[in-house]
Design a protein around this ligand. Structure first.
Ligand code: 6PG
Length: 251
């Protein structure tokens, strides 16, 4: 049974504090020899959130228990400014004490098909399983203005229902190749957190959460953790239409 909650925050800092608090809570709930498996999102939204976490939760979170993966990566080198790994390294990892061996980068600069397979096998091997699928404790997702999430876009929404754990995708405008997790992995997670900020996302957020015309055609709408929690963390700007149309969701 899926549980869905929506939180709207008056600032990105407050959103980041809430998000970090959830991570910290979940980690303190793991047994001594267990780890917290998280798949990070890319794009620009998480940068400010990861920075706030690095500043305020450097010592509050036992990073040695956190195993870092990604929900998607651009097929670029890890030193490229386009790289989701580089964004996370610059905004988070270099400012916290996390063992390098806890970070499992998608080596997307290699052959995409071979890397998608390698990464899927590694995730399958390293993560605990639920109903024969690897299960993350938390998958972090962003929302594109076109309703995409991870790197599954409206024009290749079929990838969400792939048999595979990771697929090769392509950005519809730039044609940049991507490697992306699929619904088989995302919807098996204990918790999926959408981190969405900025006025440019308000329309999409409202369309998805209020089930307005065409909402089912959006990849983000397919994110429904089967037996987990779906948590939308929005700032005021991204949630402004929800507040106007459906009342208050203050986080
Ligand atoms: C990526 C992300 C992608 C992102 C959305 C939102 O690799 O770009 O995984 O799904 O979360 O495109 O991006 P912004 O945060 O930059 O708006």
């Amino acid at each position: 049974m899926m549980k869905e909650t929506i939180h709207i925050f008056s600032s990105v800092e407050k959103l980041a504090d809430f998000f970090a608090g959830r991570i910290s809570e979940s980690i303190s709930g793991t047994a001594g020899d267990q780890f917290f498996y998280i798949a990070l999102s890319g794009g620009s939204t998480p940068r400010a959130i990861y920075k706030t976490i690095a500043e305020n939760y450097k010592d509050e979170i036992d990073w040695s228990k956190v195993m870092i993966f990604w929900g998607d990566e651009r097929c670029v080198t890890p030193t490229s400014d386009e790289s989701n790994y580089k964004m996370a390294y610059d905004s988070l990892f270099k400012n916290i004490n996390i063992p390098e061996s806890n970070i499992y980068r998608i080596e997307a600069e290699k052959d995409p098909a071979l890397e998608a397979e390698r990464y899927a096998e590694m995730v399958d091997l390293l993560l605990p399983h639920k109903i024969n699928n690897p299960q993350f404790d938390m998958v972090v997702l962003g929302l594109g203005e076109d309703g995409h999430t991870a790197s599954i876009f409206p024009d290749n929404i079929h990838l969400f229902n792939s048999e595979k754990l990771f697929e090769i995708s392509q950005h519809p405008a730039t044609k940049q190749k991507r490697i992306t997790a699929t619904g088989r992995l995302i919807n098996n997670s204990k918790e999926v957190c959408f981190l969405v900020t900025g006025a440019s996302k308000a329309e999409r957020v409202s369309q998805i959460l209020q089930k307005k015309a065409g909402w089912q055609d959006l990849p983000a709408s397919l994110v429904k953790p089967t037996d987990g929690e779906l948590i939308w963390m929005l700032d005021d700007l991204a949630g402004q239409m929800l507040i106007k149309e459906a009342g208050n969701f203050r986080g």
